[in-house]
Design a protein around this ligand. Sequence first.
Ligand code: F6R
Length: 609
Amino acid sequence: MCGIVGYNGKDKAVDILLDGLSKLEYRGYDSAGIAIRDKKIEIYKAKGKLTNLKEKIKDKELNGTCGIGHTRWATHGEPNELNAHPHISNDGIVTLVHNGIIENYQELILKLKKHNYEFYSQTDTEVLTNLIEYYYKKYKMGPIDAINRTMVRVRGSYAIAVMFKDYPDEIWVARKDSPMIIGLNENGTYLASDVPAILKYTKTVYYIDNLELACLRKDKVIFYDLNGDEIKKELKEIKWDVSSAEKEGYEHFMIKEINEQPVVIKNTINSLVKDNNIDLSKTGLTEEEIKKISQIYIVACGSAYHVGVCAQYILEDLTRIPVRVEIASEFRYRKPILDKNGLVLIISQSGETADSLAALREAKSQGIKTLSIVNVVGSSIARESDHVLYTLAGPEIAVATTKAFSTQLVACYALAIEFSKILNKIDNNIYLDLIDELETIPEKISNMLDNLTTDIQKISSKFSHIHDAFYIGRGLDYAISLEGSLKLKEVSYIHSEAYAAGELKHGTISLIENGTLVVGVVTQEDIFEKTISNLVEVRSRGAYTIVVTEEGKDVSKVSNNTIFVPKTNRYFFPSLTVVPLQLIGYYMAVSKGLDVDKPRNLAKSVTVE
Ligand code: F6R
């Protein structure tokens, strides 16, 4: 998805903009551009990677200390220089960058054409740029009025950064349903669609809300509401480390983030467990509220949905509250009937995923209590949920999630264990045992990373030529197979499907032939033999099997390659089994020489439908 960065201060803007844009590259993009104001505003754009833009401006004297930049992920119009941002209005009054989608842009083009506006690009952004200019010229009431009129006229989502020709010392920012933060330090003011872009410069930020407007001067930021009235905002401190957004010697962010899992899981557990007790007080959920929950609806997308599938098994088992897990893009449009005492649990790393945000709003519109598990502080989902449980994964840069997934999982374990205790479904001894075991997960993962990585690298390189793979398991092993399969396909482009092992016989087994790769996950004691039988079935049809199982189990009869994970409580196996599955996906992609951190067609946070 697109990225925005901006700076207004004492230093040369070009360096800060290019550096910020490089930190947003991971979001996926196909062109880039900057606008720098010195005596006048100069715009430079290039198709393709940021290096193309850098090449284009390398001999220019760009000394301006105010500017905006953008990486574009094409939606309206092909990825080319003309469609790249920044865009400029017909009379050159407005220069603008935009993230999001303007849904009624066709209608607005017709309106503006009646007023003799012409368009050079195929983008919805150019329409936005000209609409601001149109209101600016028509009402002659300055930037606040022009942007506010535009905000009420457009439909869709947007985060915009705007420079007005007539206001040389200011950058204007507005947003609706698309992320944007504004930072501040002694050298100036900063804006970005995502924290890593400005983390190096400042950790002191403002969160701008939907339908608000901000004016960034060199030394301060002023906020306005839709009426044009000034509003006060509190500065917040970002807790993330600058180093967490750097590769620090690793070949890719994905492998760095896989290796960070022991630390970030530990941090997340430590934020929830105090003196052998799980403390949910930071979420604001009270025991009384928990006791009243009649149903839990987990709603999320992609990997976060897979966390939800794991959580469904564990929450239901431990609390005996009925749990349903749904894909957010389906939930939002199927007019869900929700019990008034239900809890909607949204899981999202970015906190900005459009479908998850819409699902949250649907739940709220029905008056249902909402809790979200979110990684990015101040994100839209975090701000709009009644209750928030933050994961402490730090910035996740690789498009394919690994460490955020793992912190979401442990956050769900903590919820399940605590809810279970509050509902008197487990006694204190079991409660303490579960917490003790939960706390061993980071070390177990750390040992696995030390012991397994080289072997998995070897196995994976053997299979990098394949076209199809299947992941099978039952119960929690099926839930984690979904994630393993997604990891493989998204980064290595190998077609892969996850199946509940018992479901194979109902059709899919016809695809198994000599040499088909089947990854079996077999950890759950009560259904162990059942999955083993399913592995026998695929082996007898010629499949090559990699089996992920618990130390000490003999699966030699059904396995060509066995990956052992340490023993743990049955609920916690997904945290361990996911690690080799992540490594298989990663190393298969590496051996194919692919761009692991930025797989084709994918974006880090999906802020459009
Ligand atoms: C896959 C992946 C995606 C995200 C999904 C939801 O590796 O990262 O499937 O899990 O797009 O994103 P968030 O968690 O930001 O809502």
